[in-house]
Design a protein around this ligand. Structure first.
Ligand SMILES: [Zn+2]
Length: 290
């Protein structure tokens, strides 16, 4: 289990899917594997194996001033996800058990911050009870971007009514209808030293969280970056980015900032050690996992 401190904030990774693989050409449509040849010695096997990008689907649990804050809620159980077999009608995910290993019951969670509303970031927001989706965390405030909510609400209204429920319908709307969701804008302070920032591109309302406490800082960047491969090739946006050009600009700015400050990069999908510092190398970057 990955655990580390940012100042007085304890940070623990809560894994839903330990090893999720996507062919590199599928995940990064602009990719050219030959351009990674000089880097394979450290990319393989943790991040790239037999042409597949290896990802982890993970939440982060932050404990700060007696409060329990979750960043993102992974895939969840029982969701209709016919386009992705590893997620579809899944049963028996260990994510809730991983929370319990950290002495945390769902009712102990104070805040759930979702960086964006893709199915691998909102899934455990809800659980199935008597055929209805109910909030998993009855005492939490769920924090989401207003821009993001409005975007997926419009997308959902336009979708085929016969299609399977999307993650907005089964993992976001039930929370809003239960009165547990707060929609926020850029600059919202979640707790002292924890500030939400717009980092659009992967999705229209994507947000990151900057944490600065006790002289240390880090950025929980959601899917602004998926894999260390994008430190070597920052221009490779994912096939799942709603605006690949904006995603590239956002990623460069994030990596440039962290290379300058030496602060910690905390993505959602890196395998292995899962968080790193950022070193500048030429026009690109490399992770420093020490
Ligand atoms: Zn994701």
């Amino acid at each position: 289990m990955t655990s580390f401190m940012i100042g007085d904030v304890s940070v623990t990774g809560i894994i839903d899917l330990p090893d999720f693989q996507i062919p590199m050409a599928t995940l990064f449509p602009a990719s050219d594997s030959g351009r990674l040849d000089a880097e394979r010695h450290w990319l393989s096997p943790d991040f790239l194996m037999n042409g597949d990008v290896r990802l982890t689907v993970r939440s982060w649990l932050l404990r700060v001033s007696g409060r329990n804050i979750l960043v993102d809620a992974c895939v969840g159980d029982h969701k209709e996800r016919p386009h992705r077999k590893e997620w579809h009608r899944r049963v028996g995910g260990d994510w809730i058990a991983a929370l319990a290993e950290n002495q945390l019951r769902p009712e102990d969670v104070d805040v759930v911050f979702c960086t964006h509303m893709h199915a691998d970031h909102v899934g455990w927001n809800t659980r199935l009870e008597n055929d209805r989706w109910v909030p998993t965390f009855p005492n939490a405030r769920y924090i989401c971007s207003r821009v993001e909510f409005d975007h997926w609400q419009a997308e959902t209204a336009a979708k085929d009514a016969q299609a399977a429920p999307n993650c907005f319908e089964d993992s976001v709307l039930p929370v809003m209808q239960a009165g547990l969701m707060d929609l926020v804008d850029d600059g919202r302070e979640l707790a002292s030293g924890l500030i939400l920032r717009s980092s659009a591109g992967h999705t229209p309302g994507h947000m990151s969280m900057e944490v600065s406490r006790g002289g240390q800082s880090g950025i929980f960047c959601g899917d602004a970056i998926h894999s260390p491969i994008q430190m070597v090739m920052p221009e490779w946006s994912s096939a799942f980015c709603s605006d690949p050009d904006q995603a590239r600009v956002t990623r460069y700015a994030l990596l440039e900032t962290l290379a300058e400050t030496g602060d910690i990069l905390v993505p959602m999908h890196f395998g292995g050690k899962a968080h790193c510092r950022v070193k500048p190398v030429g026009n690109a970057f490399r992770p420093d996992f020490d």
